[in-house]
Design a protein around this ligand. Structure first.
Ligand code: ZN
Length: 166
């Protein structure tokens, strides 16, 4: 099924836009997780203010700050998100250069993507340890889409996430 990528991306943008109305794009303490399960591919993307993960934003100026960034990269390549039904294919961590808002404050977001291969039909369960691993994430906002359904949820502690599918 080839049509789905654009179709799903459209739904995801719509859902994200409606959610975004109530939520500032960059809010300390809040991170967003998007999960799209299409056929055998599960794509997950986490977006979080860097503050939630290392306690600072902008450039890493000290050896301690650079070490904190390295340690965050390592933790994301370990098992902060797993699924019993799926095999991890790829993880990518994107740390953009610092950005400035109109107040000239420095804010930085970190984006992490995971791609899983899910060979079996049926629902998929995600086990997330994001909040346990990064206590700076106080609220995790989830958007999920499968071939048949979509939904949104908000978590303040780690719990299994069900992506329902017939
Ligand atoms: Zn910030």
């Amino acid at each position: 099924m080839k049509l789905n990528r654009h179709y799903l991306a459209g739904i995801l943008l719509t859902t994200t836009a409606s959610l975004a109305q109530g939520v500032p794009a960059h809010q300390h303490g809040v991170a967003t997780l998007q999960a799209v399960l299409s056929s055998t591919t599960l794509h997950i993307e986490l977006r979080s203010p860097l503050m939630n993960l290392v306690g600072f934003e902008g450039h890493a100026n000290t050896p301690e700050q650079r070490q904190a960034l390295d340690s965050v990269r390592q933790r994301f390549t370990q098992d902060v998100i797993q699924s019993r039904q799926c095999q991890l294919q790829h993880t990518s961590i994107e740390l953009p250069e610092q950005s400035h808002d109109h107040d000239h404050d420095e804010h930085t977001d970190l984006t992490v993507s995971w791609e899983f291969y899910c060979p079996a039909a049926g629902s998929v369960t995600l086990d997330s340890r994001l909040i346990t691993t990064f206590p700076g994430i106080e609220t995790l906002q989830l958007l999920w889409i499968t071939d048949q359904q979509q939904g949104a949820d908000t978590f303040d502690h780690d719990q299994p996430i069900l992506l329902p599918r017939r």
